[in-house]
Design a protein around this ligand. Structure first.
Ligand SMILES: [Zn+2]
Ligand SMILES: [Zn+2]
Length: 374
């Protein structure tokens, strides 16, 4: 206990985070045991979870923090209102912290610096005051937005009214219409679509700062800790492809491959077809492939250096074979690099060929490496 810096505890945030978690963990099971769960409560929970999470991922994150597309007023308003219901502070605060995170990732000035460990990156940075407190001097563009400033001023009122009071009112009248006790319905709305949903949405968001910097692959860059993971993408409405995101933060897509689970990307795309958002920013395919090939080459060089260290004999022969693969990867990389620099329009076929060759070279490399390291 003596190691907890009590002078730096953020009492309001800590009480809220711990209080909501305890209320959900204790209250929900008792409610379910005594009353059971009806479809109406379940539907409200699901709606509120999706609306508040999507408002964080599509709105707070991709729209306001990264400006990866432009949105019309209804989209801004919706994401600001339901974003407030996630109780993750105002959009202005959130975007300021998040821009710092990208700028100083894995370093001291990163508010949720993963090098301080899972607990700090997940929730510790909220329980304790940051030292020094960030100045919020990186959101001048958002300060010009009247809707953002309105939300900043009234964020807790909006969150409480729309995120807690309305589910209680709906629960009250829902039960009344079904001939059940209205106050039980109000309590259910408070506990399930209100408090429990807030706790789930918050921890799913916190996962992006913790697990998404720990679990998964790094296909685009190893210059930062962010990782790509399909499992994390499922819990975070598509934000789990975090290695791509840190490499190309202005892209409206996080799961850039067509098969990757990214409901936030699908939502933005759909909204653009409906004319509600526009100016979707995409990194050209050539640059994405270049990043992947650069990483493949780097890994190949690393393995080669490891095998060379084994010394003469079988290892030497393997090293020679691996050297050839590295050379091929380098030649391809340089060719693509030149094409991207010259802004040559690359065909789908050419890109696929490069991708397939990189993949087969890496497989060959892995086999050769395994044959000597076993
Ligand atoms: Zn990150
Ligand atoms: Zn981001």
């Amino acid at each position: 206990m003596h190691r907890i810096p009590f002078n730096r505890v953020n009492w309001v945030t800590s009480s809220f985070l711990i209080g909501t978690a305890l209320t959900a963990l204790i209250g929900v099971p008792i409610y379910l045991y005594k009353v059971g769960l009806d479809w109406f409560q379940f539907a409200m929970f699901f709606f509120y979870l999706t609306a508040s999470m999507m408002s964080i991922t599509v709105g707070y994150h991709r729209l306001f923090s990264h400006l990866s597309f432009k949105a019309k007023t209804p989209v801004k308003l919706f994401t600001l209102i339901f974003g407030a219901c996630a109780f993750e502070n105002s959009c202005l605060n959130w975007a300021s912290d998040h821009r710092l995170h990208h700028k100083h990732v894995d370093h001291d000035e990163d508010p949720y610096d993963i090098s301080k460990g899972f607990f700090w990156a997940h929730i510790g940075w909220l329980l304790f005051k940051l030292d020094p407190e960030p100045e919020m001097n990186n959101v001048a563009d958002l300060r010009k937005d009247k809707l953002v400033m309105w939300q900043h001023k009234y964020v807790h009122w909006i969150g409480f009214t729309v995120g807690v009071a309305i589910p209680m009112i709906l629960g009250y009248f829902g039960n009344m219409l079904m001939g059940l006790d209205p106050w039980t319905g109000a309590l259910g709305g408070f506990l399930i679509a209100g408090v429990a949903r807030i706790v789930v949405a918050q921890h799913c968001t916190f996962f992006i700062n913790s697990f998404c910097h720990m679990i998964g692959r790094q296909p685009y860059s190893t210059s930062h800790s962010a990782r790509d993971s399909a499992i994390m993408a499922f819990f975070t409405f598509g934000e789990g492809y975090h290695n791509y995101h840190h490499e190309f933060q202005h892209d409206y897509r996080n799961g850039v491959k067509p098969w990757q689970w990214d409901p936030s990307k699908w939502t933005i795309w759909t909204l653009s077809k409906l004319g509600l958002v526009e100016g979707l920013r995409r990194v050209p395919d050539g640059r994405i492939l270049l990043a992947e090939m650069g990483e493949a080459r780097r890994k190949a060089q690393q393995d080669l250096a490891a095998v060379r260290a084994y010394g003469p004999g079988a290892a030497q022969r393997a090293a020679d074979a691996m050297h050839e693969i590295v050379e091929k990867l380098s030649a391809n990389y340089q060719e693509l690099e030149k094409a991207v620099a010259d802004r040559v329009q690359l065909s789908r076929e050419a890109m696929n060929e490069w991708q397939n060759e990189t993949r087969s070279l890496m497989n060959e490399l892995r086999r050769t490496y395994a044959s000597v390291s076993a």
